[in-house]
Design a protein around this ligand. Structure first.
Ligand SMILES: [Zn+2]
Length: 126
């Protein structure tokens, strides 16, 4: 089963694979854009950012986990990551880019089932 075989793949690679297989073409990690988005669709002026739940403090069990070692160091650092993400999305929007954030937990089964439709909806929306 495809879902099981791909289980351990990095979330960003999974998203790239799905989007590519759906026939969309994109560029990777454009450093001239805020946040260096993972997938960039220049003609559509859209970007996809794939975020790890822990590093970007997603509001999910994985993202809410407290770091075991040196929480006094890590928690403010992770909080800064989250704040930076907010600014990044604002800056992208100000430049006319539409952004979609895909979370690591959304790439894992069973959440992955709706992912392809979500990506398609995002990319085909004018
Ligand atoms: Zn998550």
């Amino acid at each position: 089963m495809a879902l099981i075989r791909k289980r351990d793949t990095k979330p960003e690679l999974v998203v790239r694979h799905i989007v590519h297989r759906m026939g969309y073409r994109f560029r990777l990690h454009r450093p001239d854009l805020p946040g260096t988005p993972d997938l960039v669709f220049p003609a559509r002026r859209k970007v996809i950012l794939v975020h790890g739940c822990f590093w970007h403090r997603h509001d999910c069990p994985l993202g809410s986990k407290a770091p075991r070692a040196r929480p006094e160091y890590w928690i403010p650092k992770l909080e800064r990551n989250r704040q930076r993400d907010v600014v990044t999305l604002e800056r992208l929007a100000a430049l006319g880019w539409t952004a979609l954030v895909i979370w690591e937990c959304e790439v894992r089964p069973p959440a992955r089932e709706g992912l392809e439709r979500r990506l398609e909806t995002f990319l085909d929306r004018p």
